[in-house]
Each structure stands twice: as C-alpha cells, then as structure tokens.
Design a protein around this ligand. Structure first.
Ligand code: ZN
Length: 150
C-alpha cells in the first residue's frame, strides 16, 4: 500500500487540513499553508513531505484560527525526519544539521566563525541552543519560515 494518497488528475482536490477546493496544478494550499501533494495515512506522525506539523495538528491549528506552523516540539520531531532544517528569526537565517556521528550542528547561515554550536543529542540542542545567548526555546515565537535546507 502506498504511504501517500495521490489523487488522480480528474479528481477535485480538497485540502485535507482546511477542506477548501484547490486547483489540481497547485501544490500548496493558500488558505492554510498545507502542502497538498501528500495525505499521510498516519496523520499523527511527521512525514518527509514538506509539512512541519502532523496532519491532525494542522487541522487543530486551522480549526482554532491559528497559523499552521510548528511549535518548538514539532520542530524537534521534524529534525528526526528531515535531518536538516532552516528557519529565520529576527531577520537572520539559521540552520540545524544532524550529522552521521550523531551530533547536532546549529549555526547562522553562511556564518561559521561565531555562534556555531554543536550538541551531542537533540535533547541537549533543545535545552541549550541559543541565539546570542537567548535560548532558542524561549525565542521560538519569533521563528518563521521553517523549511527544508536549500
Ligand atoms: Zn488548506
């Protein structure tokens, strides 16, 4: 069985999060921000599909009138799936990379000579990662544009 459901071309696509009809050529729901191309059969898991919250979490956020954005806990779960993610905070671009030796590297994008942080586990990253001394977990409300590293 396929992990994802792909509607055939003639079928009208409805967003699985907000329920709006979408043009078949569209890959992105402009109503709620969900990436359309996948409908995971396990709606309480993060999948490598370009979305950063679970389908059920996205539905809850949308129903509550909130943006479909990952909180810090969602971001940590995403890192176990994507291994490399980027985001912006206060106008600066940051990345987190999980390396084969099981270290977690957190850095400002293209800035390697200051603020570079290496952690031995995702839990340590969650506790200690900081931007100019302010813990990332305390800054998370100011994070935006979480994405797969490009
Ligand atoms: Zn939608």
């Amino acid at each position: 069985m396929n992990k994802f459901y792909f509607p055939d071309e003639e079928e009208k696509i409805k967003c699985p999060v907000c329920g709006e009809d979408l043009p078949t050529e569209s890959n992105y729901c402009e109503h709620c921000g969900w990436l359309q191309h996948s409908r995971p059969s396990a709606p309480d898991e993060i999948h490598w599909d370009g979305n950063f919250v679970t389908l059920n979490k996205a539905r809850q956020l949308y129903a509550a009138g909130k943006p479909v954005q990952p909180d810090f806990g969602d971001f940590l779960k995403c890192m176990k799936v994507y291994n490399e993610l980027e985001f912006y905070c206060r106008g600066k671009h940051y990345g987190l990379l999980h390396i084969h030796d099981d270290t977690w590297h957190f850095y400002e994008w293209n800035v390697m000579d200051r603020g570079y942080q290496i952690y031995g586990s995702i839990e340590e990253f969650a506790e200690k990662a900081n931007i100019e001394g302010v813990l990332l977990k305390d800054l998370w409300d100011e994070v935006y544009d979480v994405g797969t590293a490009s």
